[in-house]
Ligand binder design. Structure first.
Ligand code: HPA
Length: 279
């Protein structure tokens, strides 16, 4: 058996009896956004370290666990803390939790992250609906033998971020009076923040926000045919765009400041997405 497939099966076997729960929507909470979990009725918690073979996240401010519960009546699985490529894991490990959430039964994936604003029209604290992504600077999680049971060798990437879900989130933001920017997310490896020249490069390439996660997860989920949507919290303007040097502290402080609005937007969007999936 393919080792990637084997590891995935092992993790799935190790968790499925511990948590017999079928989520409809999977949510990934980015840096500083993990408090969203306070919004849901948590029914079970599964620490990543208790799943056999699971890559364990090491970043400060990232908890490492799955939460299972309901947003109102919608069954969700939440990743409170993700696995990053810069931690030294293989890309296949980085996306393993995404694949697991699909195996659990999640039909849709809601990705969130903290990101640097590359677009001069953005401000720290803005939300950006992800329209598309650039993942060309990190290895694809699909390299190596194709996992035929998950998806095709050459998968179409023409609409990674589902148009219907984007319409739903845009409308939710409008109804809540929350301004929502929209744009292209660029994933770089990190862990250093970008140089001003790299930020320029991202802009020239058509990027609006830059970060160290998410796009590889988008590829893995798209490969499996999940419906995907994503929101970046612009926690800072990217390097060189303001006078200030960047710090992880700033990223977290901005995320904390906008957390209440973020929670509202996620909850309303999740409820409407669930309705849409059932229709
Ligand atoms: N660059 C990369 N990743 C980030 C940033 C940034 O400016 N802010 C939050 N995550």
């Amino acid at each position: 058996m393919n080792p990637v497939s084997e590891k995935l099966s092992k993790c799935y076997e190790s968790m499925k009896d511990k948590v017999p729960f079928k989520p409809q929507i999977a949510l990934v909470l980015g840096s500083g956004l993990g408090d969203y979990a306070d919004e849901i009725q948590v029914e079970s918690v599964l620490e990543y370290k208790d799943i056999e073979g699971f890559p364990v996240s090491t970043v400060q401010g990232h908890k490492g666990r799955f939460l299972f519960g309901h947003v109102e009546n919608v069954p969700v699985v939440i990743m409170q803390g993700r696995v990053h490529y810069y931690e030294g894991y293989a890309m296949t490990d980085v996306v393993l939790p995404i694949r697991l959430m699909k195996l659990m039964g999640a039909e849709a994936l809601f990705l969130t992250n903290a990101a640097g604003g590359v677009n001069y029209d953005f401000r720290a604290g803005d939300f950006m609906l992800i329209r598309d992504q650039i993942a060309s600077f990190v290895p694809s999680p699909l390299l190596g033998p194709n996992l035929e049971e998950l998806g095709p060798r050459f998968c179409d990437m023409s609409e990674v971020y589902d148009e219907d879900l984007r319409v739903i989130i845009r409308k939710a933001a409008e109804d809540l009076g929350i301004p929502l920017k929209e744009g292209v997310y660029v994933q770089l490896t990190g862990p250093s923040y970008e140089t001003p020249a790299e930020v320029n490069m991202c802009r020239v390439l058509g990027g609006d926000a830059v970060g160290m996660s998410t796009a590889c997860e988008g590829i893995a989920a798209n490969h499996m045919g999940m419906k995907i949507c994503g929101i970046s919290c612009i926690s800072n303007m990217a390097c060189g765009m303001t006078e200030n040097p960047l710090s992880h502290k700033e990223v977290q402080e901005t995320a904390d400041r906008v957390a209440p609005l973020f929670k509202k937007l996620i909850t309303t969007s999740v409820l409407r997405i669930a309705k849409h999936l059932e229709a």
